[in-house]
Design a protein around this ligand. Structure first.
Ligand SMILES: NC(=O)c1ccc[n+]([C@@H]2O[C@H](COP(=O)([O-])OP(=O)(O)OC[C@H]3O[C@@H](n4cnc5c(N)ncnc54)[C@H](OP(=O)(O)O)[C@@H]3O)[C@@H](O)[C@H]2O)c1
Length: 323
């Protein structure tokens, strides 16, 4: 079987892509390769300096790269609103949205500006709100794609709707695993919503296997006592993880390959989906649970105040000009 690599990507000239967490790891590699393929890339980052460093690094490899920084803190609904407003009022279609940013294994329970548990709030609720608010820009391209980056960690997730935000008995890894299951529920339910609304937009999920990135440092460095498992993973990751350029391939494939179907899930082809080139993979049974996905959707609308109903309604065509 032919192994897909970034060089196999079709030209993306004329497309506009927004990548969250584009200043680091998998998001950086995703932005780099999309820029190389000719797309205009909006690097959504919470830190201007880091985004500017990333843009400089991309420009060194791709001198003609079309790059723009958009400020986005997924742990702050006001920041998400102003980022989306900027992209919507910028004009033109948003052809591809890559919901990539994430935080992992935060040792002690922390909260977003709006009081959500940090991993659930950033990884899931932040992207849930962002995608909804970007819908006017996405819908300017009837076949736009939304790619959401999940993880094999979803397979360890248990969900407790009575304790979604870890108020009772917070555990760092449980919170992360749950947020990654939530990413999958979101991606699959969004696809069902597109189908029900008879829209041709696609929602696809991807995961990078295990990739050596900053993810093992970001969460644990936020403070608190780091547990043994987190310590072990952070020590082993640089040796066991595949390069972030490989970790980005499933996202890139999901975002651009012509044969990708809405509602599908891509990950590496190696043993245990830990490393390799992108192939279609399968989420576990819980991730395919449509009732629970719909339940999380309602909770997410309530918590973020972003209601998708009106955003998915048929576009009102303006009256034809009177000749
Ligand atoms: N690496 C792996 O093995 C692995 C495995 C499975 C899934 N994933 C998933 O892959 C995605 C990318 O992670 P990575 O491995 O590339 O890690 P990374 O190098 O740490 O990158 C994470 C990115 O997310 C950004 N981010 C974190 N919190 C944010 C917030 N509140 N607002 C905006 N941006 C925020 C980070 O920004 P800062 O630089 O400002 O912190 C960074 O740009 C995540 O969703 C992760 O769950 C990774």
């Amino acid at each position: 079987m032919v192994k897909w690599i970034a060089a196999d990507m079709q030209p993306q000239t004329g497309k506009t892509v927004l990548v969250t967490g584009a200043n680091s790891g998998i998001g950086f590699q995703t932005a780099l390769e999309l820029a190389r393929a000719g797309a205009t890339v909006l690097l959504a980052s919470r830190n201007r300096q880091k985004a500017e460093d990333a843009m400089l690094a991309i420009t060194k490899e791709v001198p003609k790269a079309a790059l723009e920084f958009v400020e986005l803190d997924l742990a702050d609904l006001a920041s998400i609103r102003s980022c989306a407003e900027r992209v919507v009022t910028r004009g033109g279609a948003l052809d591809i949205l890559i919901n990539n940013a994430g935080v992992m294994a935060v040792p002690e329970r922390m909260t977003t500006v709006d009081g959500f548990e940090l991993q659930f709030g950033t990884n899931h609720l932040g992207h849930f709100a962002l995608t909804g608010l970007l819908m006017p820009a996405l819908r300017r391209n009837p076949t736009a794609r939304v790619v959401t980056v999940a993880s094999i960690a979803h397979k360890r997730a248990v969900i407790d709707f009575q304790n979604l935000q870890g108020q009772r008995g917070y555990k760092a890894w449980d919170a992360y695993n749950q947020s990654k299951l939530a990413n999958l529920w979101f991606a699959f339910e969004l696809e069902r919503k597109f189908l029900r609304a008879r829209l041709k937009l696609k929602s696809i999920a991807a995961h990078p296997g295990v990739s050596a990135t900053n993810i093992v440092n970001g969460g644990p460095k936020l403070g608190g006592t780091i547990n043994f498992r987190t310590l072990l993973i952070s020590l082993a990751m640089p040796f066991l993880g595949q390069p972030d350029s490989m970790g980005a391939l499933p996202s890139l494939y999901a975002a651009t390959a012509p044969d990708v179907m809405g509602g599908s899930y891509y990950g590496p082809d190696g043993t245990g989906e830990l490393r390799g080139n992108p192939v279609k993979v399968w989420a576990n049974t819980l991730a395919m649970d449509e009732v629970k996905a719909a339940q999380l959707w309602s909770v997410s609308e309530e918590l973020t105040g972003v209601a998708y109903g009106p955003l998915l309604e048929p576009v009102q065509l303006s009256a034809p000009p009177i000749l």
